[in-house]
Design a protein around this ligand. Structure first.
Ligand code: PPS
Length: 568
């Protein structure tokens, strides 16, 4: 007898011959270059992970999904899966047309036969799907600030799967997992979804879940897109591999899921259940605050801690996967073992380390006890999250021409080089204009391009563990903010306002530029004939009038020390 979790699931791929012909003909079709999120969605559409969807949702499917979690034909589906595109691209298209969907390198992965094109009500989508039209929710922010204005829907013909160069042997399609379960004769499989490294508490709860369901265990981590700021998937997979041999080999396996999460809490839990059912799983672990997005803009949780379990339970039969709810596991010191938080023996000492505390310990290089995690996992995490004084960072000076930015930046560079340990790069205004931005002038547009180039280079230096010191004028608040955002995805950003007044800069006039600006010989001169928006809350403001350069640079050093970025 073939069990339902063993039978193949329909895929959207066409035969190899048909793919060749379609690829050849696709040369004449309009092309859409898929975004990273769309790549994840397309892969799961094509390999059956999103069964019963046959393509990107039509307007009727989308409306049904947004309003009551059902496609137009009544199938349970809680998440909009549409192809968002720019207005410029959509303007050239009419329903009835085919378009080629390509990856970042231009390889055609699929053909979308567009049946629907519409402008969605994104606020409505945010309210219904994510519970609030609040930009603090990562998916709502994505919806409004990243996704295109127009949605396209229609059936998809799959030509080839996206290529992955990492952890190839750990990635399985739904049918590959189903075949594995068939081969191993696994009738019951409980899946554990995760976007975090596994520590001892997770191991304990997955053991318990498998025991409770009398099932085999599939560790099924998401490696597509998770919550911004999460540990990157390369590090996580190395962590998973490090703990895998602590599980019984004959009843546990691990597979990577290239899903783009939305952090939609309860709806996401139902969606995860459907995706796991498609992968041949019979049981699914849903915990506290499943796929929670964190706090909203009022500082409150978006969803109740057990909302996901409630919604899943309501739809359990239709999902076709049994929910295994899990309690928060805590360590009981006297017993030297883990207990569900609600079963802790009276009078004992409970130990726990929160995610925030773990990040602090990693950042500050503080001990992480063995009762909490495995030494192999901690070692992997320390490799990618070195202590703060070993991480890269950017010091961004801003101020008027002649304010003393370059001189202080130079002094700071020398002081940091004297300390050693990390490479230091100075991106001075004049130097950048010579080597990176020689074709640019001083219009707002050109200044913004110049500053964003500096920001990009600084963020790369920061990412790779170096120190970037930038010293442009950078007169616009929004552009400085954009640089901060770029850098902060990789390390600390220290904005230093060199607050020399325009009168003092003009009095010093070290390059003679103020005189020329007053005479009208230099146009758009900052502080004279062009604006300078003063930073309102820089990490540091230095006054140069009456203070020597050495003291100004030393103030920066003290600030860096107080931020834990350098050690005295
Ligand atoms: S910006 O706005 O940040 O792109 O400017 P920046 O690249 O830092 O400017 C570098 C130097 O260009 C000289 N310069 C001018 N500054 C301001 N406005 C105008 N119109 C202008 N024309 C030339 C000036 O010397 C800047 O150097 P610093 O080191 O700030 O004195």
């Amino acid at each position: 007898m073939t069990l339902s979790n063993h039978a193949p699931i329909p895929e959207l791929y066409v035969s190899a011959d048909a793919a060749l012909t379609l690829k050849h003909d696709a040369g004449n079709l309009p092309s859409w270059d898929l975004t990273p999120r769309q790549m994840c969605d397309l892969e799961l559409l094509m390999n059956g992970g999103f069964h019963p969807l046959k393509g990107f949702q039509s307007e009727a499917d989308y409306n049904g999904v947004v309003e009551n979690m059902r496609t137009a034909d009544g199938a349970l589906w809680p998440m909009p899966i549409t192809l968002d595109v720019s207005e410029a691209f959509a303007d050239k298209l009419e329903p009835g047309q085919d378009i080629a969907l390509r990856d970042a390198e231009g390889v055609i992965l699929a053909i979308l036969s567009v049946t629907d094109k519409w402008i969605p009500n994104k606020s409505r989508e945010a309210e219904k799907v994510f519970g609030a039209d609040d930009l603090a929710h990562p998916a709502v922010n994505y919806l409004h600030n990243v996704a295109g204005k127009v949605y396209l829907g229609g059936p998809v013909k799959g030509l080839q799967a996206p290529v992955h160069y990492d952890f190839k042997s750990r990635r399985d399609t739904p049918n590959e997992l189903r075949a594995l379960f068939r081969k191993l004769n696994w009738a019951k499989v409980v899946a554990f979804q995760t976007r975090n490294p596994l520590h001892r508490a997770h191991q304990e709860l997955t053991f318990r879940a498998a025991k409770e369901a009398q099932a085999n265990l599939l560790i099924h981590p998401v490696v597509g897109m998770t919550k911004p700021g999460d540990v990157d998937h390369f590090t996580r997979v190395r962590c998973y591999e490090a703990v895998l041999d602590k599980y019984p080999q004959s009843t546990t396996t691990m597979s990577l899921l290239n899903l783009a999460m939305r952090m939609a809490g309860p709806r996401e839990a139902v969606w995860h259940g459907l995706i796991r059912r498609n992968h041949g799983v019979t049981h699914f672990i849903v915990g506290r605050d499943h796929a929670g997005p964190g706090k909203n803009s009022q500082g409150k949780d978006f969803y109740g801690p057990y909302d996901a379990q409630t919604l899943f339970k309501e739809h359990e039969a239709e999902i076709g996967v049994t929910m295994v709810d899990f309690k928060h596991m805590v360590y009981v010191q006297e017993k030297a073992q883990y207990y569900p938080a609600n079963e802790v023996p009276e009078g004992t000492t409970v130990l726990d380390i929160s995610g925030t505390e773990l990040r602090r310990r990693l950042r500050e290089g503080i001990d992480i006890p063995e009762w909490f995690s495995f030494p192999e996992v901690v070692a992997q995490l320390r490799k990618t999250s070195p202590a703060r004084d070993k991480q890269g960072f950017t010091v961004f000076f801003t101020g008027l021409s002649g304010s003393g930015k370059s001189t202080i930046a130079n002094a700071l560079m020398v002081k940091l080089m004297e300390m050693g340990g990390r490479p230091v790069t100075l991106l001075d205004g004049d130097v950048v204009r010579k080597h990176l931005s020689s074709e640019l002038g001083f219009s707002k547009e050109h200044r913004d391009i110049n500053i964003k180039r500096i920001g990009y280079v600084a963020s790369e230096i920061t990412k790779n563990g170096g120190i970037a010191i930038c010293a442009p004028i950078a007169p616009y608040t929004a552009t400085r903010r954009a640089v901060r955002d770029m850098v902060e995805s990789y390390g600390a950003f220290l904005e230093v306002h060199v607050a020399t007044s325009v009168e003092e800069c003009e009095r010093r006039d070290r390059k003679g530029l103020y005189k020329l600006a007053r005479e009208g010989k230099i146009k758009e001169f900052t502080g004279i004939s062009d604006p300078y928006e003063m930073p309102e809350t820089p990490e540091l403001r230095v006054e140069t009038e009456g203070t020597d350069v050495d003291s100004c640079a030393h103030q920066v050093i003290l600030k860096l020390e107080s931020m834990g970025l350098i050690k005295a």
